[in-house]
Design a protein around this ligand. Sequence first.
Ligand SMILES: Nc1nc2c(ncn2[C@@H]2O[C@H](COP(=O)(O)OP(=O)(O)OP(=O)(O)O)[C@@H](O)[C@H]2O)c(=O)[nH]1
Ligand SMILES: [Mg+2]
Length: 353
Amino acid sequence: MTENVHFCQGCGVQLQSDDPNNKGYTPKSDAVLCKRCYRLTHYGDYQQPVTQLIETETLLKKLSSMDALFLWVIDLFHLEESMIDGLIRHLPQKDIIVVATKRELLPATLSQHKITSMIQQRCKTSNIVPKGIVVVSDFGKDGTADVFKAMDIFRNNRDVVVFGVANAGKSTLINALFPNRLPITVSQFPGTTIDLIPIAQRGYTIYDTPGIEMRNHFLNHLSSDQVKILQPKTSIRPIVYQMSGKQTLIIGQSAMIHIDIKDEVSAVLYLPEGVDVHRTKSENAQSYWDKHTSGKVPYLQKRVELVSHTWKKQDAKTDIVLMYIGFISILGECTIKTQAIEPCEIFVRKAVI
Ligand SMILES: Nc1nc2c(ncn2[C@@H]2O[C@H](COP(=O)(O)OP(=O)(O)OP(=O)(O)O)[C@@H](O)[C@H]2O)c(=O)[nH]1
Ligand SMILES: [Mg+2]
């Protein structure tokens, strides 16, 4: 006789009562949530999964074998971080709808048209041609009707797979689409959903999936208070600096951005409130970094080496992206050198706003 196998409705893991230190543990035989999801939901107590249950390659292979409509969830504030290396190679010939979440974090003045063309442009760079783009906002309070409309048009009797990088807002979106069922566990940390969660709906199944590419995620190096700061719930207020000469922006205890300016530059900072920013003359940057950045957000518990990079500024308006933190738009002629702690990745792109 085979034992009944049950799966956690919060994260998708197989439930077990044998090993308290392993995934899926629950002391109760009739539980619907594993202990981790239970504690996370009721006490906000997050325990990182020991290892990713499904490797990214294996997950993408599994997804590619499914005959389904694919909803690719991207985080609008972290557009670059939402990209998946070789997506088209992994999911060739699939019907993909982009669902962009967290719209309310970007300025309200940014038009819907601008947002969709910004996504289209970015997809084009990666040779991705989505069937449609839907923008949702405010934890799915706005835009879910458009998601249903897109599914109705493109589903063609197939199931639906919701996928994307860790923390993009996949599970939050599904909870907003189906508010009357037991919610899937969501959290500010990447790696919350750890296996596929099938949800049977109106004659088809919609699958939540674990986040892709979450190894060495910057947020996993930070305290939960800092992660909360970096996961804002309301609009980011851009801050503008007019700069000239050789100036440095110091971001927490994570990065220094040295800007050598020809005439004048305006820098617009799209960073969550609570991220510590200090502006100084470049000649004073190192001594400020050494003496005053301890405990400035974001920071790691231990000091680590800085990685330096010099960037060629090719566009009139350029964004310096600090992965999982935010971005800084630079308008004007200058050269940019960055120094950042190892898990904080930086790169430069053509400005998106
Ligand atoms: N501001 C804002 N935050 C959101 C929105 N949707 C999700 N979030 C936040 O994003 C974080 C991740 O949400 P999840 O739904 O757990 O993301 P996920 O893609 O399922 O993450 P994994 O399961 O780890 O892959 C949480 O802190 C959410 O509160 C949104 O529309 N706006
Ligand atoms: Mg999830």
